[in-house]
Design a protein around this ligand. Structure first.
Ligand code: ADP
Length: 425
């Protein structure tokens, strides 16, 4: 296997989503957290998706980080590059989509770059250059109130034009509907008229497949995860990437299983209730006790050590909003979160020492804390559990071999915790 695609993603869950879609397109894919200590040369995959946290940082920093990743990726056999951002084009005039894309374009001498955040399965479509969320324009979808990246204009041509010096064009739905050749002709005419950036209309999955075919030879593509499936398929068809019987296969090791949950979302609370109702063994952590002394954490580790054989088990801090507020009123919002995140970051390695080989973590921040507690650098992407949440396996870092499922709060069906381990079997 030789690396073919290097992808730079502007946040962690977006990177996982992208990686999962590439696997669906037929590519064996590894997600890394930034640049791993040994660079990308030892990554055994067709595609690597590098997760940055560059969506809402100052544009110069986002550009510098992205260029640093690109330089490392170019030391490998990768010949195609992708810049992945959110399907709602999360950015402001200050950045960072246009600024990062412009820097990557110049570095790669790409000459023309498509922008297509469409993800039709989640209702994100683009028509006449305007981004829709379901049947609403982006700026009437609730995204206009986003705390970090308020999206007040659905016309992506204007949004992008404010973020770069490039002339911005449109590949309209009509061209996309005519087929890959029509799109290629549009690309040629945009290049001739010095239009280096173009928003690309896309209203359904058939369009995405066709765009994969039309973009397969471009050195740089930018967009949402939707484009990944069509691109992957086109590369496999062309034998740029070898065909795998199961691109999502993981080398699962025997051992114990556990769930750690710091998410207090409604979805997670429902999933925990379903898990308990089905006979799952659960330990509830008390943030006040954790804040008081190390004793509470040691007790949790001892409980886990004694319970790991009685699978499945869960250790949860997840509580109803009233209970969360109670803890926050005593400890303060930030400290309450920190106490719990730090407990999970210590619990995870302690459980691995006791023979844990499969771990599920619920909560975005909680996942971040566990991943850094475990010193994870790179994850191979495995089978999907629910939309947007795949099983992964640590391929670099101290916890190498551990199967890990990281679930953001609101993701997953109610039976998530009861079915999650079956998917690995
Ligand atoms: P989600 O993805 O659902 O938003 P996160 O892990 O990102 O979940 O965020 C949940 C936050 O709530 C974390 O900082 C976590 O430490 C904190 N938290 C979890 N349980 C409690 C609790 N019982 N009291 C106070 N804060 C909590």
């Amino acid at each position: 296997m030789t690396l073919w695609l290097g992808c730079i993603a502007d946040d962690f869950t977006g990177a996982t989503d992208m990686a999962s879609m590439l696997v669906k397109g037929g590519l064996r894919t590894v997600q890394t957290i930034g640049i791993p200590p040994g660079g990308f040369e030892n990554i055994a995959a067709d595609a690597v998706v590098v997760a940055l946290k560059s969506r809402s940082i100052p544009a110069e920093e986002a550009v510098a980080q992205s260029l640093e990743v690109l330089a490392e990726l170019r030391k490998t056999t990768a010949r195609r590059f992708f810049f992945k951002y959110c399907s709602t084009f999360d950015s402001t005039p200050a950045g960072n989509i246009g600024q990062v894309a412009e820097a990557l374009e110049q570095e790669l001498r790409a000459d023309w770059v498509p922008f297509c955040p469409a993800l039709p399965v989640n209702g994100r479509t683009i028509f006449n250059g305007h981004l829709f969320v379901g049947d609403k324009l982006l700026n009437e979808s609730g995204m206009e109130n986003h705390p970090l990246n308020p999206m007040t204009d659905s016309d992506l041509r204007r949004v992008l034009a404010a973020q770069s010096a490039a002339k911005v064009g449109l590949i309209p739905a009509k061209a996309v509907r005519e087929g890959a050749d029509a799109v290629r002709r549009a690309i040629v005419s945009h290049r001739r008229s010095d239009t280096h950036f173009s928003i690309v209309d896309c209203v359904d999955d058939a369009d995405l497949d066709l765009l994969g075919e039309a973009f397969k030879d471009l050195i740089l593509v930018t967009g949402g995860s939707g484009l990944a499936v069509g691109l992957g398929r086109a590369w496999v068809k062309e034998r740029r990437v070898e065909e795998h019987e199961d691109p999502a296969a993981l080398d699962v090791r025997d051992g114990y299983t556990a769930i750690l949950s710091g998410s207090c979302s409604n979805a997670t609370l429902g999933q925990i209730a379903a898990f308990e109702a089905s006979g799952g063994l659960t330990l509830h952590l008390d943030p006040l006790a954790l804040a008081k002394s190390e004793e509470a954490l040691n007790e949790a580790i001892a409980w886990a050590a004694a319970s790991l054989g009685y699978e499945p088990i869960a250790i949860v801090a997840s509580e109803t909003p009233e209970k969360v507020e109670e803890a926050q009123s005593v400890l303060g919002v930030e400290r309450a979160g920190q106490v719990i995140e730090s407990a999970f970051a210590k619990l995870a390695p302690a459980l691995i020492e006791k023979g844990l080989t499969k771990l599920v973590v619920a909560g975005g921040e909680t996942s971040g804390a566990v991943v850094s507690g475990l010193g994870v650098n790179a994850l191979a992407i495995g089978p999907e559990i629910d939309p947007g949440v795949p099983w992964t396996q640590v391929v670099q870092g101290e916890a190498e071999g551990l199967c890990l499922a990281l679930k953001s709060g609101n993701f997953g069906a109610e039976d998530f915790f009861t079915k999650v381990f079956e998917i690995l079997d």
